[in-house]
Ligand binder design. Structure first.
Ligand code: XMP
Length: 514
């Protein structure tokens, strides 16, 4: 079926994923493609529209990324953003110059042509997000300026007849107040899309195409219990049932009861008809980590051991035709578009197994953003607790225990973390949090319990607000919740005599402890 598609032509900007994301929010499928894809190939996709992204270059630079002018002659609607807008001006014979004053951040913009299709019902004065040093100094013939700011005489221009639009600002970021509206105007009013991207279609079509691709072959899937690998596993199970084997490696660094929760969903008593193998490799991991204190070395060991354990299981199963991975779209984009897409090494823990024989990798979620994966998960009937699970790092509690990992420390952090999460959730204080967990510091301090002196560990409680996980703010947690959690932890968890709340933002801190 030929779906409406908006292609996002990537010129190296930092918000490119976000553009595709916003278009999909309008209900229209969108994909980021490298600017090097030949015009014929782009046109063969029959796109409803193309968006040129921003990028760090100047259009006159020798090595600057450019597309062919032919793309603007094909009758397909185009929207240029930032560098993309300058590229349109350049290709169409206008002029781009270094702006007398660079603009960065919130900028007051005046719309000069209110009946422009791109602006529709957007108020004539609005705030936009600017980030540029060059600007369009002279618009090409046939184009008209449709908006300006104090320092940017051409904040937007268009050739409505050719359906080509260009904006100097970034409509895709939240800071552009009416940005989503403008993108929706482009998608619906300029490109004429109706909005046919629906997750139920995706689910059905993916199951059908997996069935076709896999035939009677066998599939192996490394299941972590995280959202992505769980949704991938259920899609595959729906497609090929018992031809799928899921291997779940319990490395002993999971949160309290997590291994059992994963088994309850995917194991023999769960709702799915698949072969589920739980490998209890706790002792193996603890032995490998004994005496190791360096954070990077710990990560490396956990990643490598994970692969070795997985390989050993795979060997027992014998040759499989397909290896399934829960790779999602941001992983694909971050791993570099344009490179060979067939065998990519993204994995939550530590790369692809080298000694597992398989013919091909299947990645059913590689075109989906996280929230879309969640929607598919809900549609497949995966429990909400699993679908909306907060992110949990591959190396698990191994990077929430500072210093050497021991079974005793794992027990402490598991119990403290379970209490902290329970209290936050009971009070409803967890709702907007990006991540919240307890970590075990490597510090012991003096305390008193009953009439006895104690010398026990300090637990750190962390709660952060973040949407991209690249930056984060410490969240304000109600004092009552912190007090209750602290009282319970020091009373109920043997080996803890102190709780500390971590108020640090990222940067300079990271979200995890190691
Ligand atoms: P940091 O600690 O770098 O974490 O601020 C940012 C986000 O990434 C997660 N994280 C990891 N996830 N393997 C993962 O799968 C890892 O090694 C890893 N380290 C950090 C972290 O939980 C947070 O969501």
């Amino acid at each position: 079926m030929n779906k409406e598609t908006i292609l996002v032509l990537d010129f190296g900007g930092q918000y490119n994923q976000l553009i595709a994301r916003r278009v999909r929010e309008c209900g229209v499928y969108s994909e980021v493609v490298p600017y090097t894809v030949p015009v014929e190939e782009l046109l063969a996709r029959n796109p409803s529209g193309i968006i040129f992204t921003g990028g760090p270059n100047s259009v006159y630079g020798e090595d600057s990324p450019r597309c062919e002018k032919r793309l603007l002659e094909a009758g397909i609607p185009v929207l240029g953003i930032c560098y993309g807008s300058q590229l349109i001006a350049y290709l169409e014979g206008g002029e781009v110059k270094t702006a007398p004053v660079s603009e960065y951040g919130h900028t007051d913009m005046q719309i000069d042509v209110p009946d422009s299709r791109l602006f529709g019902d957007v108020p004539q004065r609005t705030f936009v997000w600017m980030s540029h040093t060059d600007c369009i100094a002279r618009v090409p013939e046939g184009y008209r300026v449709t908006a300006h700011t104090l320092n940017c005489p051409c904040a937007a221009m268009e050739n409505a007849g050719k359906k080509i639009y260009a904006v100097q600002f970034h409509p895709e970021v939240m800071h552009t107040k009416e940005g989503r509206k403008m993108l929706a105007h482009f998608v619906f009013d300029v490109c004429g899309c109706r909005g046919d991207w629906r997750m139920e279609d995706f689910t059905r079509e993916t199951i059908e195409s997996l069935r076709e691709k896999i035939g009677s072959g066998r599939v192996l899937c490394a299941l972590s219990g995280g959202v992505d690998s769980s949704v991938a596993a259920v899609l595959l199970s729906r497609a090929v049932g018992r031809q799928l084997t899921c291997v779940f490696v319990d490395h002993g660094l999971l949160r309290k009861d997590e291994g059992d929760q994963v088994e309850a969903v995917f194991g023999p008593n769960g709702p799915y008809d698949l072969n589920f193998i739980r490998v209890n490799a706790q002792d193996h991991f603890y032995a490998a980590l004994a005496g190791v204190t360096d954070p990077e070395q710990k990560r490396k060991i956990i990643g490598e051991e994970f692969i070795r354990v997985f390989e050993a299981e795979a060997k027992k199963i014998g040759a499989v035709e397909f290896l399934a991975q829960g790779t999602i779209y941001p992983d694909v984009i971050e791993s570099g578009l344009g490179k060979s897409a067939t065998i990519k090494s993204h994995h939550n823990v530590g790369g692809l197994p080298e000694h597992v024989e398989f013919k091909e990798i299947v990645e059913p979620l590689r075109m989906l953003f996280k929230d879309e994966v969640r929607r598919v998960g809900l549609e497949l009937g995966i429990p909400e607790a699993l679908v909306f699970r907060q992110p949990f790092p591959g190396p698990g509690l191994g990077i929430r225990i500072i210093g050497e990992v021991t079974p005793e420390k794992v027990r402490i952090v598991q119990e403290a973390d379970a209490i902290y999460r329970e209290e936050l959730e009971k009070a409803g204080a967890h709702k907007n949090l990006g991540q919240y967990f307890a970590a075990l510091t490597n510090m012991r301090s003096v305390g008193v319990m009953g009439d006895f002196r104690t010398y026990d560990y300090a637990v750190a409680l962390r709660a952060v607000l973040t949407s991209d996980f690249m930056t984060a703010d410490a969240a304000e947690i109600p004092w009552e919740v912190l007090k209750t959690a602290t009282t319970r932890i020091v009373n109920e968890v043997k080996g803890v005599s102190r709780c500390l709340f971590d108020c640090t933002a990222k940067p300079p801190s990271t979200i995890e402890y190691e």
